[in-house]
Design a protein around this ligand. Structure first.
Ligand code: ATP
Length: 446
């Protein structure tokens, strides 16, 4: 039985906006939906892709010391025994004997049901990995797992990447890909789902330099959230106490965001020591140590991991951008997304569908389309079109009006200030390009 989700007005509004504007829909909706699986619509896929691209650029293209990887979701089942997931990737599950609601024992206070006060069952350990079968026979020896994290694909490819790239420690491997967890208590829209995407980077360092790189990556990852426009006052650090640390970690810090449902983890930065490479070396007999020529020393590198969720980052950008305000007695809903990640960069409107305005607008649209993701709209009153673009988070709206036909100028409306400037048509590409650039850089700048 599904757990009753507490009413959260902001999340309710956001879920409804996401459906209305085509950001996110429930998976298999016409069949009544599938628990905690979500589909990204036309605007959602653009937003999520822009977030992933921004992460990829920051973590690989802008650096010389990180290589990219795209490993398969299905891996040799032994990998998950070696990594400790078969034995240890479990959550304690309790059921209420009265209302039958289900909880993670570590997420509730006290020994009675938080919903009805009923008696709870003893905790049972529940493995979060999804299983499936490889080949035609559904037998124990054919079991494979849907990866619960992308990290293991990086560890098992450590030498495969190291050798052709000719990298030297310290260096990293980055990967974006799907992960699956059979979560006991999913929910809060795309915050916790059973199928999600991770953006993970594993940085290999000399054991004596782990603290230095741990501090370095903490700072880098914090700054990335500012770069995609998140307000710094909504972010904070959470340090894992000894008891909270995962079996592989020496130290762990989470970046948390203040959602309407509380401060929650959006990314983890972990010092995984030499745990993973040592375990894989032992299990396979393949030596995953590194010979450091400068130090003239052979060692198993320590790993500093940065592990973020693409879906959770998408949710953070939506929540952080959502605003309602009163404009001339009317309620305006606006997504103040950073232009860098906004799904549509500019919309082009003819003021009316006559007097040659659509033709000029169409020409501008096709020219801009060569440079940015743009949208053409000639439906309804111009005020309504502005509102639709506000809800889509589009930073600029360009309108062709009567004056355009005389002097080749258009109005450019800014989503946030709602101010309009008049600009020459041939200057639009440069103008929008420059605004996207300047507004994308800098802490928390929307
Ligand atoms: P939690 O304690 O909330 O279950 P975790 O500590 O197990 O999370 P990690 O294993 O550190 O999470 O995962 C790294 C990142 O992957 C998280 O910060 C989050 O952004 C993302 N992530 C993890 N599980 C999910 C999920 N079920 N749905 C969406 N994103 C997830």
């Amino acid at each position: 039985m599904a757990k009753k989700i507490a009413v959260d007005p902001l999340m309710d509004k956001l879920v409804s906006l996401c459906k209305r504007r085509g950001f996110v829909f429930q998976s298999s909706e016409i069949y009544g939906g599938l628990g905690s699986c979500w589909d990204y619509g036309p605007l959602g896929v653009e937003l999520k892709n822009n977030i992933k691209r921004s992460w990829w650029e920051a973590m690989t293209h802008r650096r010389d010391d990180i290589e990219g990887l795209d490993a398969a979701i299905l891996m040799h089942p032994q990998v998950w025994i070696t990594s400790g997931h078969v034995e240890g990737f479990t959550d304690p599950l309790v059921d209420c004997k009265k209302c039958k609601h289900r909880f993670r024992a570590d997420q509730i206070d006290g020994k009675t049901c938080p919903d009805c006060g009923g008696e709870l069952t003893e905790p049972r350990m529940f493995n979060l990995m999804f299983k499936t079968f490889m080949g035609p026979v559904e037998e124990e020896s054919a079991v494979v797992y849907m990866r619960p994290e992308t990290a293991q694909g990086i560890y098992v490819n450590f030498l495969n990447v190291l050798q052709p790239s000719r990298q030297k420690v310290p260096f990293g491997i980055a990967q974006i890909g799907k992960a699956f967890r059979n979560e006991i208590t999913p929910g809060n829209f795309i915050f916790r789902t059973r199928e999600f995407e991770q953006m993970e980077m594993q940085f290999f360092v000399h054991p004596s330099e782990d603290q230095k790189w741990f501090d370095y990556w903490k700072e880098q990852r914090w700054n990335w959230y500012l770069e995609i426009g998140i307000r710094p006052e909504k972010l904070r650090w959470h340090e894992h106490e000894k008891a909270e640390l995962a079996h592989y970690a020496k130290a762990a810090y989470d970046i948390e965001y203040e959602f309407s449902f509380g401060w929650k983890e959006i990314e983890g930065i972990h010092n995984r020591t030499d745990f993973d490479l040592s375990r894989h070396t032992k299990a396979t007999g393949k030596d995953l140590s590194y010979f450091d020529q400068e130090r003239n020393e052979k060692y198993i590198p320590y790993i500093i991991e940065t592990s973020a969720g693409a879906d959770r980052s998408t949710l953070v950008t939506l929540v952080d951008a959502y605003a309602e305000e009163e404009v001339k007695g009317e309620n305006r809903v606006v997504l103040r997304l950073s232009p860098k990640i906004a799904p549509i960069k500019a919309a082009v409107f003819p003021l009316v569908k006559k007097d040659g305005m659509p033709e000029v607008a169409d020409k501008i649209y096709h020219e801009l389309k060569r440079h940015f993701k743009v949208f053409y709209d000639d439906g309804g009153a111009v005020g309504r079109r502005y509102r639709r673009m506000d809800e889509a988070g589009t930073p600029y709206c360009i309108t062709v009006d009567g004056q355009t036909l005389q002097d080749e100028t258009v109005t450019v409306r800014d989503r946030d200030t709602m101010e309009q400037t008049r600009n020459k048509i041939p200057e639009l590409v440069e103008l929008i390009g420059a605004r996207l650039k300047t507004q994308a850089v800098g802490a928390g700048v929307k």
